[in-house]
Ligand binder design. Structure first.
Ligand code: GLY
Length: 348
């Protein structure tokens, strides 16, 4: 268990295999529970939580960013009203970042705030998005533009849920952990380099996947400790928390121009290269190779579209833009760069 210390908003991050079977011991489910999951998440995870709840309702939303909308939030709030949820009842998100952000958002609104539990079942949400209280929906094509900082009452992580996650999704999540290592924790970063991993014969993707799978629980724990360290010091992202945006400013540009061809983490992987020293770039490329990850082909993107998306990003809305640059592993720095300089990096 890791304790997130945020004064009266403190909470436990329960991390252990088999935790899903102990949900009712670790969370207060002895009340009405609105469980939010999506069509891409095996329904048995939501059902497992429902089976341990006093009175559960499962809301399955469509998979993807489209569900992070005011309309979906309104649908869920309307159901909570219909089932006569009181301020003492709760919302539980079971799934990835989309349902986590949506569930937290809904919980923050219903009767001015009901308890929220996050049960992340994807690696990306287990290492990053389920922790720290960022909740949001999208509006007018702008990601996460409507939302609130609303901390969960607890986060329940069961790495056994990763068994049903396709390998590409697992690697997608690893990129957020690599981000944490690159900016804050060299030991975590080194777990992805050959030195920290058992050597397998060169070759197939499954060989390379075996290496990091052996360290998966440790990777999750170390990434969570970085997130705890950062969020405890800067819950509302006044400064230090921006470090977690490493690779995201340019990465979001690629993600937007990819039109679904590449996953979030894959675009962050590309974005990190643009904001690193040559030495760090080399190590990142070595890791990508270890993971069997082929970088998205730069020329497959429309550069103007990427640039436009970077400019459009809310994090880059001013003339100057906060960026994270990593010149040495474990020591990311938050810097203010003129927007033109950020866009010039794309010309490398
Ligand atoms: N995922 C970045 C943050 O929580 O601040």
């Amino acid at each position: 268990m890791i304790r997130m210390e945020l004064g009266k908003n403190s909470y436990n991050i329960e991390l252990e295999r088999g935790n899903l079977n102990r949900a009712s011991e670790l969370l207060n489910l002895d009340r009405k529970v609105m469980i939010i999951t999506d069509e891409g998440i095996p329904i048995q995870y939501a059902e497992k939580v429902a089976g341990q709840s006093k009175e559960a309702y499962i809301k399955v939303v469509p998979q993807g960013e489209g569900s992070k909308s005011l309309q979906t939030a309104e649908e869920i709030l309307t159901e909570m009203l219909k089932y006569q949820f009181s301020r003492k009842d709760c919302v539980v998100s079971v799934g990835g970042g989309v349902v986590g952000d949506l569930g937290g958002f809904v919980a923050s609104l219903y009767m001015r705030g009901v308890d929220f539990y996050n049960v992340p079942t994807t690696l990306l949400s287990q290492v990053d998005s389920s922790i720290g209280g960022k909740t949001a929906v999208n509006l007018a094509g702008i990601k996460n533009i409507i939302g609130a900082f609303y901390q969960p009452k607890a986060v329940l992580i069961d790495p056994d849920t990763l068994d049903t996650l396709p390998e590409r999704q697992l690697v997608n999540g690893l990129f957020e952990a690599i981000k944490m290592g690159a900016t804050n924790d060299k030991e975590l970063f080194d777990l992805f380099l050959n030195g920290g991993l058992p050597k397998y014969p060169e070759g197939t993707a499954s060989d390379s996947s075996c290496r990091w799978k052996e360290n998966l629980d440790l990777i999750i724990e170390k990434a969570l400790l970085v997130k705890k360290y950062v969020v405890e010091q800067d819950e509302k992202e006044s400064h230090l928390r921006k470090i977690l945006n490493f690779g995201h400013t340019i990465g979001h540009g690629f993600e937007s121009a990819a039109h679904g061809r590449y996953l979030h983490g894959e675009c962050v992987a590309l974005g990190m290269l643009y904001m690193s020293s040559e030495e760090v770039q080399e190590q990142l490329c070595e890791i990508y190779e270890n993971l069997g990850f082929e970088l998205p082909e730069f020329y497959s993107f429309n550069l103007e579209e990427v640039k436009e998306a970077v400019l459009h990003d809310k994090k880059a809305s001013n003339r100057n833009c906060s960026v994270v640059f990593v010149s040495e592993i474990g020591k990311g720095s938050i810097e203010e760069w003129p927007m033109e300089e950020v866009l010039e990096r794309l010309e490398f």
